[in-house]
Design a binder for this molecule. Structure first.
Ligand SMILES: C[S@@+](CC[C@H](N)C(=O)[O-])C[C@H]1O[C@@H](n2cnc3c(N)ncnc32)[C@H](O)[C@@H]1O
Length: 293
């Protein structure tokens, strides 16, 4: 039996435009000045692929033209939104680092409330800095509903999730998730706080209304200095993308944003060694937190 060849051939894919080493260094410096993210030499392919797609989509002839557009073009602000989406890696999921959430609920919150001298009629302010699509911020909100609200009658929670990528913030606000996001979530939370529709998991309003999402670049000094009065910051799995100098700047601003007695969590593979000595390191089962004394 012969199989007939398709009548219509697929159009050939336009090959990705090559990025010279010199252009890579220019783009890398531009990104660094803007966001604090530092692309190592071995990540050139990533920038070439992702920015190359924008160059093609906009019908531009070169990366030089793209840089002109994003630096000086009349549509600069609009393109910057796509640019942030293109250069970031947004991997996240619910209950990503469980020991952190346990330490938060069992030790940090009691310590923060005890320090204030009253266990009730309090507001707890939590910041999920670099929240991506909101799984971390929503995990905190569910823990409040499940555990803290009954333990501390009258305790209010305010969670703010921020990220540099506009696309992930949109997903966070919609709070409609896929299998990948819920894979580490205890079944009980899934049943109680989500509605399942086909392969989509819709977070219930009860959780959504505890969390607000805003755009924020952690490397933007002016904006960062406006954040104050936070009790706990989760700034996880983002410092790895910064170099030492940008880490120092960002962590110093996070420190200033915290209340005395407040805590900072960073990612499992991250450390403040050589970055800050301002915090007191506290150990918990399978995790650590950085305290502002
Ligand atoms: C790997 S995700 C981590 C998400 C979540 N914190 C977690 O641990 O699961 C890193 C996030 O950092 C964000 N990001 C990178 N640079 C940033 C910056 N300068 N300011 C704010 N967010 C940034 C990215 O957009 C991305 O969503």
């Amino acid at each position: 039996m012969t199989i007939a060849a398709p009548l219509v051939a697929k159009p050939p894919m336009t090959p990705m435009m090559k990025m010279s080493d010199e252009m890579f260094r220019v783009v890398r410096e531009f990104i660094y000045q803007l966001t604090g993210i530092y692309f190592q030499d071995n990540k050139k392919y990533l920038l070439e692929g992702r920015i190359g797609k924008r160059v093609q989509l906009l019908g531009l002839n070169s990366y030089e033209d793209y840089l002109q557009l994003i630096k000086y073009g009349t549509r600069r602000t609009e393109e910057l939104r796509h640019f942030y989406d293109a250069i970031t890696i947004n991997e996240t999921f619910f209950f990503r680092n469980e020991p952190q959430f346990e330490a938060f609920e069992q030790t940090l919150v009691p310590a923060i409330l005890a320090r204030r001298g009253s266990l009730t009629r309090q507001k707890l302010r939590v910041w999920s800095a670099a929240s991506s699509s909101g799984e971390e911020a929503h995990t905190i909100a569910m823990i409040y509903l499940e555990k803290l609200r009954t333990k501390y009658q009258g305790l209010e929670l305010e969670v703010v999730g921020t990220d540099i990528s506009y696309a992930v913030l949109e997903t966070a606000r919609k709070a409609v998730y896929r299998e990948y996001s819920i894979r580490n979530m205890p079944k009980h939370y899934l049943e109680k706080y989500f509605t399942v529709e086909d392969v989509r998991y819709l977070l219930r309003d009860e959780v959504k209304r505890l969390v607000r999402f805003d755009h924020m670049n952690l490397y933007e000094q002016t904006r960062m200095r406006q954040v104050t009065n936070v009790d706990v910051i989760f700034c996880c799995n983002v410092l790895i993308y910064f170099d030492t100098q940008s880490k120092i700047q960002v962590v110093s601003n996070l420190y200033n944003a915290l209340n005395r007695g407040g805590y900072l969590f960073i990612g499992y593979a991250e450390s403040l060694h050589g970055i800050s000595t301002a915090f007191k390191l506290e150990s918990f089962p399978k995790t650590v937190a950085y305290k502002k004394e």
